[in-house]
Design a protein around this ligand. Structure first.
Ligand code: UDP
Length: 413
């Protein structure tokens, strides 16, 4: 067994790794290509960074391509993102043209790779038109949607749906997101890599060094939200919840740690909104981190008494999984993929308002024993449901199923 697989076996047990090898056997030597819109920043990049090497390790010839464009392209795709997650938005014609032209240009570069591939995963709307631009494709194409499309703007969905109809299958993170499409749809929640710099164990010295570096007082309680600066992540709601909770917990500190993703043009404006709301409060630490600050985020998550993810919409919320894996109770927005992870009163609390979040912060800070218990349950829940090995097992099973023509029996011999 390879070193990488052996390391996973140490965390998840041998049986799970043996199962992966068995499922991968009929796929050995196949060419699989993933396409998304950024290599750093945001959950999709975070997953692919770990999934691609693991698939290679199993003998599947896996590569990762990205679509990049000019600012009109990103403005358009950010509007898709906002529209698909429920905002009513009219996208100007010239932005839609930029979207289509960027896909045409990308297809010109990637066509040889994509048409030759046995399986192509297209992540989210940004590269969705590529399929129709690869008329000689020989492989199976799967659209993998990571966002909350439960209540999309109908015009935007209709426009995008037209690029999706020829796919062989699509994947959503939870049942509530699935939309009517003329092909099989699979439900596969995302996952975290327990061996990555973001999630591995850290020494107490390293954790304390990070606290010191950012001027955090380890003797005082600290709450944390890690997120791109995006309005759906509700940074202003987090600041409001913090201020309400501090009335009952003097000395409370808040860390809002985030960065911007290269495919997200709104990050800077949202960061400034948070900065204005924080209004030079010495106990609100707004950290703008570089995209490779994985160990720093790991240390912050391990430093926090409670982790918040007060999103208003959330495809999944890897930050929730990351915090739970570190044994932290999570107070999460009652929405999308957070509901899959935060089991109310067991692994954390689901909330709908800053007041609700403040109430739960106070509850957990006053009952450290209960917080520890919830954190332990949270870690166990992630071990059983949201590690990379589980997601890969489901991807491999899906590839076999789709390539078998959707019959209900998969022969692995
Ligand atoms: N992340 C990061 N730096 C940041 C903000 C976020 O590395 O400044 C990571 C975070 O730890 C998580 C991912 O980016 O792994 C965000 O994934 P999530 O599903 O929570 O949200 P998305 O950004 O995809 O909406």
């Amino acid at each position: 067994m390879s070193n990488l697989l052996e390391s996973y076996a140490e965390v998840t047990g041998n049986a799970i790794v043996d199962q992966l090898r068995q499922l991968a056997t009929p796929l050995r030597g196949m060419k699989v290509v993933h396409v998304n819109s950024t290599r750093v920043g945001g959950g999709v990049a975070e997953i692919l960074d770990k999934l691609v090497p693991l698939m290679c390790e199993l003998g599947i010839d896996t590569s990762w391509e990205i679509i990049t464009g000019e600012s009109d392209f990103y403005q358009c795709t950010k509007s898709f993102h906002n529209g698909l997650q429920g905002h009513r938005i009219a996208i100007p014609e010239h932005l839609l043209r930029a979207y289509e032209e960027t896909n045409v240009r990308t297809a010109e570069q990637l066509r040889p790779v994509l048409e030759e591939a046995d399986v192509v995963f297209i992540h989210d709307p940004q590269p969705a038109p590529l399929l129709d631009l690869c008329p000689d494709r020989k492989g199976t194409w799967i659209w993998r949607c990571h966002i909350d499309v439960s209540h999309p703007d109908r015009h935007i969905w209709r426009y995008l749906r037209h690029f999706l109809t020829n796919y062989d299958a699509s994947v959503f993170s939870l049942a509530g997101f699935a939309q009517a499409l003329p092909h099989p749809e699979y439900l596969i929640p995302p996952s975290i890599d327990p061996l990555s710099a973001k999630n591995m164990e850290l020494s107490q010295d390293e954790i304390e060094a990070v606290q010191k570096h950012f001027g955090l007082d380890p003797q005082r309680p600290m709450i944390l939200q890690v997120s791109r600066f995006d309005r759906f992540k509700d940074p202003l709601g987090v600041i409001q919840a913090f201020r309400l909770a501090r009335e009952f917990t003097p000395g409370l500190q808040l860390v809002l740690a985030g960065g911007t993703a290269s495919d997200d043009p709104e990050g800077e404006a949202v960061y400034r909104e948070a900065e204005n709301a924080a209004n030079h409060d010495a106990d609100i630490h707004l950290l703008l981190l570089p995209p490779d600050a994985h160990r720093t985020i790991n240390a912050l998550q391990r430093s926090a008494d409670i982790v918040l993810q007060k999103s208003l919409r959330e495809g999944f919320g890897l930050t929730v999984t990351e915090a739970m894996w570190k044994g932290r109770p999570v107070i999460g927005g009652d929405t999308g993929g957070i509901r899959l992870q935060v089991i109310n009163y067991h692994t954390g609390f689901l909330v709908n308002t800053p007041e609700g979040a403040a109430l739960r912060i106070r509850y957990l800070l006053q009952r450290p024993g209960r917080a520890t218990q919830m954190g332990e349950k949270a870690r166990q829940f992630v071990r059983e449901n949201f590690l990379l090995t589980r997601q890969l097992r489901e991807y491999l099973t899906m590839i076999l199923a789709v390539r078998n023509g959707g019959t209900d029996r998969i022969d692995l011999s």
